[in-house]
Design a protein around this ligand. Sequence first.
Ligand code: SF4
Ligand code: SF3
Length: 538
Amino acid sequence: MFCYQCEETARGTGCTVKGVCGKEDHTAGVQDVLLYICKGISIRNLAAMEKGAGNKDAGALITDALFATLTNTNFDDKRLREMINQAIAIRDSLPKSGDNEPDACTWTPKSDADIEAKAKEIADLANVNDDVHSLRAMLVFGLKGLAAYYHHAETLGYTDEEIVIFMQKGLASTIQDLPADKMTALVLECGSVGVKVLALLDSANTKTYGSPEITSVKTTVGTNPGILITGHDLRDLDQLLEQSKDSGVDIYTHGEMLPANAYPELKKYSHLVGNYGSSWWHQKEDFEKFNGPIVVTTNCIVPPKDSYKDKIYTTGPAGYPGVKHIAKSANGTKDFSKVIEHAKTCPPPLDPGTNGRDLITGCAHDAVLAIAGTVIEAVKKGDIRRFIVMAGCDGRRGERKYYTEFAKALPKDTVILTAGCAKYRYNYLDLGTIGGIPRVIDAGQCNDCYSLVVIAQALAEAFGVGINELPVSYNIAWYEQKAVLVLLALLSLGVKNITLGPKLPGFVSPGVLKVLVDTFNIGNISTVEEDIERMVPA
Ligand code: SF4
Ligand code: SF3
């Protein structure tokens, strides 16, 4: 195997024996082969679409395949193999794209050994750190983020054919021998298509569940048995809430599901009682202590301990071998009755040890723009000196203590703007308020970085300056490929001077890094003191 798609990749260069995330060599192989066939589908489908004869199932399969191969999403070889079979069927239903088709358009495994051999070939070819390979990798990883967010919007009935076509154009480009300048253009285009998908998901979420309201979320537990739901899929939570409303079972959010507590159409359920635990990598303690069943809707799954493995139910793109999976029915709904019945047999959750501290979320664009006058006034009076965007992902390595220390050390006249699970490094701290404005403005999940962009654009307009002239610094933490897409989206909007950490991506070659530095002035974190001095000028 060779995988270097996430921030925790082995030695900062690539996992080659087993993933630090727990992904086995054979699973990495099946994932690589799945994407390989998707590249073949893309070549054929784009050619067929030009003649008005595309396969209408290709886009959905490619979206699912990209999402399933995102870090910590699907570890289940069996389901991934089924997707390979579906992919081959779709590819082979399409007419040939020409006389000299690439191998990905025609190669068909006859046995598991064929899949293994192809996986080895793909891994050997990927392990080259020149600029073209680096750009291809960055594009594919951006596409994984794009597909994940598109999947969520699509689930709520919001679609955009141009986004699906771009996924195929991007995948096809990686086996077409394009020069570095063309690949760079595609990587940047991925960022602008990324802005579109973030906007699409924002309207899908807000039109379906209402605009998030600034909400104080409980982190303590009650005496009823509970179900914990984690990941990013609001539609899964919606269905679970509706199906469990008179069951005597309480629903708790975990990790990236925390912001769901702020949507009017979800918070209206009185048995949505709060958030339990912390970000994804705390699963081993949080899931153990929770006692009840856990629904995992998307990334991030940590390979479960035997002590609670039988309490986990995956759904959607998520999967883990030996863990129960709840599939969508033909009409698009899911049946959570087994989980609800399971919960009734479990004791209530144990105290998570949060000392009763509530978490504030739901500071998305509408809620913040409703108090824009107060915010602008506070900036003009000098009560708020600077905003620091600390959005992105959390991760398991000790070096991420940097973000807790950074948040603690920020001067009291600064405000943190956040989205994504990165916030768990400081959202349990009491950082106070400035004139009633919370010092941690949590816009929501990682995709709600879009909200931060809308807020920044509104502030830029109010102050009559460009987005880079605002008193805003960016100190972004990344882990997986949704964060890659968000980063590309920010770059496509012209945001400069982003500090990225804890480490820079292993897939960025020296040449590509030079372009990122020269064009966008991207940098890496240093020490808390140095970074505060740089990001919060006196
Ligand atoms: Fe390694 Fe990250 Fe890939 Fe997992 S996702 S195999 S940790 S690079
Ligand atoms: Fe977190 Fe996995 Fe990225 Fe949605 S849940 S931000 S890491």
